[in-house]
Design a protein around this ligand. Structure first.
Ligand code: ADP
Ligand code: TPW
Ligand code: MG
Length: 574
C-alpha cells in the first residue's frame, strides 16, 4: 500500500481525538505543548480547532474551567505528563470544587513501565493521582476506544452536578493506526449530556407551602444559578414572587445589581432576620457561615438561627450538609424554577411590606453612606476611589466581563462594582483561590470576544502574571488593573528582626505596567482616579491588551480582607 492509500484508509489516534472532540461541539483547546502533546496541538490547529497555548498549565486549566462555566460545554485543557499534569491538577480540583465542567487531558508514559516503576520519561501514575481530586477519571489504551473515552468524559463533566474530569491518554495511543471507517464509526456524539431533572411535584408543593407562610422570605442566588442559564425564569420568579434576594459573588448580574429587590446593601440585616431562605444553586458552606451562628441571627457561633431553608440543587446529597433543609428541591434549576413559577398564580401574596420596607430603609441608608465614601478622592488612591472608576466603567459597558482576585481588592470590588448582566463576573470562587486571574481573563476574552477587566491584587496577579504574554500574543481585549499596595493585604508589615522584608511585603514602587509593555501591550501607571479612568476607557474602547498599575495606599487594607477572623491568631484573641 502507498503512504497515500494508507492515509486514506486509516486514521491515527491524534485525528480520532480531534474528531471526537469536534463531534461534541468542542472547538477550543487550552494547552501547553511538550511530548506527546506538541504534535497533537499542531494537528488540532491544522484541523481548524482554536488552540490557545499558555506559559503554565495551571492557567490553561483555569481557562478551561472558566470556559466551561461560561458556555456549559466542558472546557478542554491538554498538558504533558507528570509535571505538566500536576501543574494542571490544581485547576482541575478547583473546577470540581466550583462545579465547573472541564476535562484535563494529559499525555502519559508507557503503562508497562509506569506500573513496574522502571523509570520512564516523566513517569507517574496520573490516573490514580487525579481520581480523588475530580469528579471522574478515565484512561484510553486503544484507538478504537477514543470515542467512548471522550463521550464518558463529556457526560461526566456536564451531567448532574458539573465538575472536572481527568482523561489519561498514553503517548502510544496517539500514534496507533486503525481502519478509518471503523475509527469514524467508533466515535460517539453525546446526546443530551446534561439531562433535565424535573423536580418531584410533592417537593415543589413543600417549597411553595413554606414560601407562602413566610413573613420574611429571602432568596439566595449562587453561581449554580448563573451556570444554569435560565436567566429569564429566575428573573420572573424573583419579580413575580416579590421576594428580596441576595446574589453570591458569581451570581451578581443574574438580575442587575441595582434591581429594587436586591438586598445586597442590607446583607447582614436580611441574613439575620429572614425566616424562610431559599437557596438556588448556592451551598451553605463557609461563604454563608454554614447556615448558622450570629450571621444567621443565632445567639452564639455554633447555634442554629431557627431559619427554614428551601434548597434548589441538582445534587441530592447537598441538602442537610450543614443545617437541616426543610424543603429540598432536587432538580436542574431551570426546571425547578419553572415549576415554582407555574405555582405563582394570580392570587400570590407578595411578602409583607414591613419586611420589604425595612430592607429598603437599610439599603437606602447604606447606599447613601457608600456613595459618600466613593465620592472622596484621597491621595494616594484607596480601594474605594480606584474601584469607583471601575464601577462607572462597568456601568457604561455592562457586557464587559470582570475577573477579580486578591483579598481587599476582591472584597471591596465585589461590593462596589455592580454587575448588570448574567455570567459577567468570574472570581476566586469556593476556595478563595489565588491564581485564577489571567487564565480566567483569557478564557473570557476567547469565548465571548467581549472586553475583560481583571481587577487584581498585586499578590494575586503575581500567581499568573506571566500570562500577560499570552494575552499580548493573541491580542486579547483584556485590561488588567493591578491594585498595587506593595503587598499581601497591606504594604506596611514589619519584620521585627529587621534583617529582611516581612513575608507579606513586596518591592515598593514596582513597575507592573512594564510587564505588559515588554510584550507589546499598553502599560500605564495610574496615581489618580482621573489617570485610571483615562487608561481604562482607552483600553475598553480599543480592545488592546493593557495593564494599569494602580497605586493604592499601602495602609488601606486589612489582614485577609473581610475574613480576618479566620486567622488562627485572631481566633486565639476571641
Ligand atoms: P456559590 O459559591 O455561588 O454560593 P456554590 O458553588 O456553593 O455557589 O453552589 C453551586 C451549587 O449549584 C452546587 O451545589 C451545584 O450542585 C448546583 N448546581 C450547579 N449547576 C446546577 C444546575 N444546572 N441545576 C441545579 N443545581 C446546579
Ligand atoms: C493558591 C492566600 C489569600 S489572598 C492573598 C493570598 C496570598 C493575596 C492578597 O494580597 P493581594 O490583595 O492580592 O495583593 P490585597 O488587595 O489584599 O493586597 N495561595 C493560594 N490561594 C490563596 N488564597 C492564598 C495563597 C491568600
Ligand atoms: Mg496587595
Amino acid at each position: 500500500m502507498t503512504t497515500e492509500t494508507l492515509e486514506r484508509e486509516t486514521i491515527d489516534g491524534f485525528h480520532l481525538v480531534i474528531e471526537a472532540l469536534k463531534l461534541n461541539d468542542i472547538d477550543t483547546i487550552f494547552a501547553l505543548p511538550g511530548i506527546p502533546i506538541t504534535d497533537f496541538l499542531r494537528i488540532a490547529q491544522a484541523e481548524g480547532m482554536k488552540v490557545i497555548s499558555f506559559r503554565h498549565e495551571q492557567h490553561a486549566g483555569n481557562a478551561a474551567a472558566a470556559a466551561g462555566f461560561l458556555t456549559q460545554k466542558p472546557g478542554i485543557c491538554f498538558t504533558v505528563s507528570a509535571p505538566g499534569f500536576l501543574n494542571g491538577l490544581t485547576a482541575l480540583a478547583n473546577a470540581t470544587t466550583n462545579c465547573f465542567p472541564m476535562i484535563l487531558i494529559s499525555g502519559s508514559s508507557e503503562r508497562e513501565i509506569v506500573d513496574l516503576q522502571q523509570g520512564d520519561y516523566e513517569e507517574m501514575d496520573q490516573l490514580a493521582i487525579a481520581k480523588p481530586l475530580c469528579k471522574a477519571a478515565f484512561r484510553v489504551l486503544h484507538a478504537e476506544d477514543i470515542g467512548v473515552g471522550i463521550a464518558r468524559a463529556v457526560r461526566s463533566a456536564l451531567s448532574g452536578r458539573p465538575g472536572g474530569v481527568y482523561l489519561d491518554l498514553p503517548a502510544k495511543l496517539f500514534a496507533q493506526i486503525i481502519d478509518r471507517d471503523a475509527g469514524q464509526k467508533s466515535l460517539i456524539k453525546v446526546v443530551d449530556p446534561a439531562p433535565r431533572q424535573i423536580p418531584a411535584p410533592d417537593a415543589v408543593e413543600r417549597a411553595v407551602a413554606l414560601l407562602k407562610d413566610a413573613k420574611k422570605p429571602l432568596v439566595i442566588l449562587g453561581k449554580g444559578a448563573a451556570y444554569a442559564q435560565c436567566d429569564a425564569e429566575i428573573r420572573s420568579f424573583i419579580e413575580k414572587s416579590g421576594i428580596p434576594y441576595l446574589p453570591m459573588s458569581m451570581a451578581k448580574g443574574l438580575l442587575p445589581d441595582n434591581h429594587s429587590q436586591s438586598a445586597s446593601a442590607a446583607r447582614s440585616y436580611v441574613l439575620a432576620e429572614a425566616d424562610v431562605v431559599m437557596l438556588v444553586g448556592a451551598r451553605l458552606n463557609w461563604l454563608l457561615s454554614h447556615g448558622k451562628g450570629k450571621t444567621w441571627g443565632a445567639a452564639s457561633a455554633k447555634a442554629d438561627g431557627g431559619k427554614q431553608f428551601i434548597q434548589v440543587d441538582i445534587s441530592p446529597t447537598e441538602a442537610d450538609s450543614n443545617v437541616a433543609i426543610a424543603a429540598p428541591l432536587v432538580g436542574d434549576i431551570g426546571s425547578c424554577i419553572a415549576a415554582l413559577n407555574a405555582r405563582l398564580g394570580a392570587g400570590w401574596q407578595k411578602p409583607p411590606s414591613d419586611w420589604t420596607g425595612a430592607i429598603s430603609e437599610r439599603k437606602d441608608k447604606n447606599l447613601t453612606k457608600m456613595a459618600e465614601t466613593l465620592a472622596k478622592s484621597p491621595s494616594p488612591m484607596n480601594f474605594h476611589s480606584a474601584l469607583n472608576v471601575i464601577r462607572e466603567a462597568v456601568k457604561a459597558r455592562p457586557d464587559a466581563i470582570v475577573v477579580n482576585e486578591g483579598a481587599n481588592t476582591l472584597d471591596f470590588a465585589r461590593s462596589i462594582v455592580d454587575m448588570y448582566e448574567p455570567r459577567k463576573r468570574l472570581d476566586v470562587g469556593t476556595w478563595g483561590i489565588m491564581g485564577i486571574g489571567m487564565g480566567f481573563a483569557v478564557a473570557a476574552a476567547v469565548t465571548t470576544g467581549k472586553p475583560v477587566i481583571a481587577i487584581e491584587g498585586d499578590s494575586a496577579f503575581g500567581f499568573s502574571g506571566m500570562e500577560v504574554e499570552t494575552i499580548c500574543r493573541y491580542n486579547l481585549p483584556v485590561c488588567v488593573i493591578v491594585f498595587n499596595n506593595n503587598g499581601i493585604y497591606k504594604g506596611t508589615d514589619v519584620n521585627p528582626r529587621g534583617d529582611a522584608m516581612a513575608p507579606t511585603q513586596f518591592v515598593k514602587e514596582a513597575r507592573y505596567e512594564m510587564l505588559m509593555q515588554a510584550f507589546g501591550g499598553v502599560g500605564v501607571r495610574a496615581d489618580t482616579p482621573e489617570q485610571l479612568k483615562a487608561a481604562l476607557d482607552e483600553a475598553v474602547s480599543t480592545g488592546r491588551p493593557t495593564l494599569i498599575n494602580a497605586i493604592i495606599d499601602e495602609t488601606a487594607g486589612t489582614e485577609s480582607g473581610r475574613i480576618t477572623s479566620l486567622n488562627p491568631a485572631a481566633a486565639k484573641k476571641k
